[in-house]
Structure formats: C-alpha cells, structure tokens
Design a protein around this ligand. Sequence first.
Ligand SMILES: C[S@@+](CC[C@H](N)C(=O)[O-])C[C@H]1O[C@@H](n2cnc3c(N)ncnc32)[C@H](O)[C@@H]1O
Length: 353
Amino acid sequence: MKLLFELSGEDKILPRAEVFALFDEYKIILDFKTVLILNIKQNDYIMMDKRKFQYLGLTKYVSEMLAVAEANKEDIIRQVLDLKLELDEAYTNKTLSLCVRCKRVERSEKSDIKCLELEQIIGRIFKDKGFKIDLVDPDIEIRVILCRDKAIIGRKISSYEDYEGVPYGAMPFFHPGIIKPKYARVLVNLCALNEGERLLDPMCGTGYILIEGFLMGLEVIGSDIREDAVKGSVKNLNFVSCIKSDEFIHKNYEYRSYHFMRSDSRNLCFKDKTLDGVVVDMPYGRSSPIFGKGIKELYQKSLEEIYRVYRRRCVIVSKDNLSDIAESIGFKKIGYYEQRVHRSLTRKILVLA
Ligand SMILES: C[S@@+](CC[C@H](N)C(=O)[O-])C[C@H]1O[C@@H](n2cnc3c(N)ncnc32)[C@H](O)[C@@H]1O
C-alpha cells in the first residue's frame, strides 16, 4: 500500500527528515515539496503502531493513497468512480458517513479546478454510492491533494488534530528558551527509538524533550547541573503522568517511567553503552547559562560522555555546528539540519549514530 504524508510547510527540511527517520526502510515513490508518498508492505502496515503517525511533529495528515489522477475534472471523477469497490467492500454492513477535503499544495498552469467545487462533485459521487455526508465528524475523510498537474486521492488515517499532547500552559515549571513541544517531538523522532527504549537528556532544563519521549512510550532519564531544573522537570513529569494516567491505563502502555538526577553532562553517572538514545539541547549562553570552563570544553567533554553511554542514536542541538567535534570522537554523522528560530539564533541539529 502507499502512504501519503502531507507535511507542514513551516520548515523545508525537518518535516521530511522526521518522516524518513521513522520510515527509512520504505521506498519513496513520490516526493513533492510538501507531499511525500511511501510504498509500505501491507503486512508491515498491519503490524505498525499507528500512533507513530500522530507523534509526527511536522506532518499534518497521513492518508492511505487510493489513486492518482490527472488534475482535471474528468480524470478525477473517473478515478473516484473506480474507488467504489475498495471502499464499499470494507464496510458492507453499515452506512458510513464521509466528507471530502481538497487542498492545493502547488499550482499548475494546466489545472484551474477549484477546491470547493471538487469537494462538492466528489461528495455527490459518494452520496450517490450510499454514503452519508457529514462534514463535522465523518467516519471517512477523503483527501484530494492538488499538486502540480496531479490530483492525489487518499483516505485519512491520522491528523495532527488527533494528537493529544499536554496543556503546556498549565505546566508547573517553565523557563524561557525551551524548545516548542512539536519540535521537541521532532527531535525525539529523529532519534528513532522504539517503545520501551531508554532516552537520556543530560541537559534537561524543563524536561520538555523528555515529556514528548515519555508520551511516546519511552523510558526517559533526565539530568541537569542545576538543581532547580531537576526539581522542575520532576514536577513537570509528575504533572504529565498524573493527567495522562487514565489514558495510559486505557491504552495499555507498558513502559512508563521517568528518572531524574542532578549531574554534570561532562561526567555522567551511567555505565558504558546503557542508554539507547540521547537527545540534548546544549546551552546557548543566553537564558541558559554555561557551566564549565567555557562552551568549547562543555561541547567536547559532554559529547565524549554521550559517546560513552549511548547505544544507538543521538540528536544534538546547539547554536554551533558540532559535526567536527562529534566525528573526531568517533560518532558517525547521519543527518545535519538547521532550524532558524529568529534573526540571531539558528539551531544546528546533528543526528549521530
Ligand atoms: C538550552 S537549555 C535546555 C533546555 C531544555 N531543552 C528545555 O526544553 O527546557 C540547556 C540546559 O543545560 C544545562 N547545563 C549547562 N551546563 C551543564 C552541564 N555542564 N551539565 C549538565 N547540564 C548543564 C543548563 O542548566 C540548562 O538547563
């Protein structure tokens, strides 16, 4: 089967990097700027934990691709009429409700179809087939993506609106300079760990990165040199685990634990190769001070320690490009991305194995 990812347009590179980190073994069959289609074996899809889709920080919708038509009314109508069997066979015993959403992501001189008109035309076809139209809470959402001279038709599997994060505004401990939750989720996804694996953030600050890892089912461990940060992170994780406890029990999550300690990232108290992944957001020397003999010494010693304790993958965020230091220690660079935060700060994101 083919999966259609509609990526957020707020960053050019990170959304696709996030998808590739999680679905790297699948072949890309179509790659437009904000639309990606991957070929996935039917069996893999059946076995796949579908929550993975909701955890994507920079993907808006994931759909099962049903057809690709030329972006003209005649071909789209023909393809939609052909979809009858696939949709009907799966749901013979119930009248399902359905809505059609159309979105143009890239213009084409060849196509002048209007999205609203297309939604109405396709909606009418499905109504004639016996579906009930429900624009508010439909059982099935058909998505039509107009991209250049193609119309990609899919059935929505998940949307960013399905993701129930935590009310960050109500969190007990806050500090300026935190990474936004959805970007924290991207960082955890770039680390590509499996449920139950151990994630360390050795400069955890408010614990926001670990909160996202925790919500994804990882065992999270945080440390920071500042006592107030450690205590604050514990309060935040207690708050999250408390408000999410019913949901965790309901969804039968097995691995839900978090541990915090005060520690210097240049001298970590873990045995060699005992943590599956590390995600860290290094101090910028602005709102978060630098502890140590200077930023260079902090980078060098902290990366050496991270290298000693990690097993699979690390994601290092910094105001500087730490590729050379990391590679000289022995890490293998598998990704490098830049995220512009504002005029005077561009985060450098390094993915290491
Ligand atoms: C950019 S902040 C991390 C922010 C965090 N990602 C968040 O969302 O709150 C950097 C953190 O590194 C910590 N830090 C600085 N030097 C450290 C060291 N030598 N060992 C451990 N933590 C250190 C600071 O106390 C600060 O909390």
